[in-house]
Design a protein around this ligand. Structure first.
Ligand code: UFG
Length: 358
């Protein structure tokens, strides 16, 4: 375990306390770290860099003017994690992003997914008790709703059997949190069910860095638009939707990041209404794949070569959020226009080329 730049944040006289961000050099973790630093929190990141890069810390520092502390270690390593808690007795809250997240890979390597995602959470819960952490924000997913009976989905919509080990880890992790707290664990938790996070910080200093061929729509689309990929396959145009392609709720990653700051603050300040709170984080708007391509082309003026391909196994036909609970209780709203989000994704792709990364 290596600790970097520990002295940097010590002089923050106005700090609201320290947040542990697991997986903080990843896509959503890095954007959330920026928002936490901007809001006046100190941050220590733990990440094993399995799906991210140490340079992300430079991007975070360039945006916020502050460098988060960084520990390179794996959250499944209880000893390393405990050492971190001993080094940082001022941790008041945790935001847990450290998880494996590729649906297809989870089908090939289920044990890897169960080990990483479950052991990480269990270690964090155990250590939260030992080190008096007030609360944990957990990254869950709309994947828990499966193919919903109706849209938009609320937090009360039925949980459907998971269709992948990845999805199953999200369901099990939600249950682990609820069971531990029901058994008297002395902290609280907020579970955030994300819809489809997209885009990047408007500065293009941080963004999504997929490994290899992207599996998700936006990185594949921007890589096609820039010429890395020949064409984008639209997985199916024969669904029961207005244009036949699948519908999702695409939420701007910075909007999403801001919800985490509100959530962790609510925990740290003891403002939650119940020991576990669950919120959908989406825009409330369903957008089809074909609509998204048109919106991207209109927003950027760049054409996206695409063709209709076969359906992708396991895809949900349509799902979008009812975000009213988060709007009303958290006072949060995803209000970045989709065109701005798509422009930020494009700007990030251009920045990657400029830096010779992709
Ligand atoms: N799609 C294409 N072509 C591509 C990639 C995706 O047409 O090359 C389509 C998909 O069929 C789907 C939509 O674009 O209709 C979005 O696909 P993504 O892979 O970007 O996202 P998913 O909705 O499939 O999955 C996301 C997250 C998962 C999470 C899930 C919850 O990646 O981690 O939402 O539903 F579990």
């Amino acid at each position: 375990m290596r600790i970097a730049s520990k002295a940097n944040n010590k002089d923050m006289a106005t700090s609201k306390g320290r947040i542990l961000v697991t997986g903080g050099t990843g896509y959503i973790g890095s954007h959330t770290t920026v928002e936490l630093l901007d809001a006046g929190y100190d941050v220590v990141i733990i990440d094993n860099l399995s799906n991210s890069n140490r340079n992300v810390l430079d991007g975070i520092e360039a945006i916020s003017g502050r460098r988060p502390d960084f520990v390179e270690a794996d959250c499944t390593d209880f000893g390393a994690l405990e050492k971190l808690f001993k080094s940082y007795p001022d941790i008041v809250g945790i935001i847990n992003f450290a998880a494996s997240k590729a649906v297809g890979e989870s089908v090939q390597k289920p044990l890897l997914y169960y080990r990483n995602n479950l052991n990480t959470l269990i270690n964090l819960l155990e250590l939260s008790k030992r080190y008096n952490v007030k609360g944990l924000v957990f990254s869950s997913s709309c994947t828990v709703y499966g193919e919903p009976d109706s849209n938009p989905v609320t937090e009360q919509s039925p949980i459907k059997p998971a269709t992948s080990p990845y999805g199953n880890t999200k369901q099990i992790c939600e249950e682990i949190i609820c069971d531990d707290i029901a058994a008297g664990a002395p902290f609280r938790s907020i579970i955030l069910r994300y819809f489809n996070p997209v885009g990047s910080h408007p500065s293009a200093l941080i963004g999504e860095l997929p490994n290899g061929v992207p599996q998700n729509l936006i990185p594949y689309l921007t890589q096609t638009a820039i010429g890395i990929r020949k064409e984008l396959s639209v997985f199916g145009d024969d669904y029961n939707t207005p244009d036949g392609s699948c519908i999702r709720d695409y939420i701007d990653v910075v909007d999403l990041a801001k919800a985490h700051v509100i959530a962790v603050e609510r925990l740290v300040e003891g403002k939650t209404e119940s020991p576990v709170e669950i919120f959908n984080l989406g825009t409330g708007n369903g957008v089809s794949v074909l609509q998204l391509i048109s919106e991207f082309e209109a927003a950027t003026g760049v054409k996206v070569p695409h063709r209709i391909a076969a359906r992708r196994e396991g895809d949900i036909e349509k799902v979008w959020a009812n975000p009213r609970r988060a709007n009303e209780i958290l006072g949060w709203k995803a209000d970045t226009p989709l065109a701005d989000t798509l422009r930020s994704a494009w700007k990030w792709q251009l920045a990657l080329r400029e830096r010779g990364i992709m």
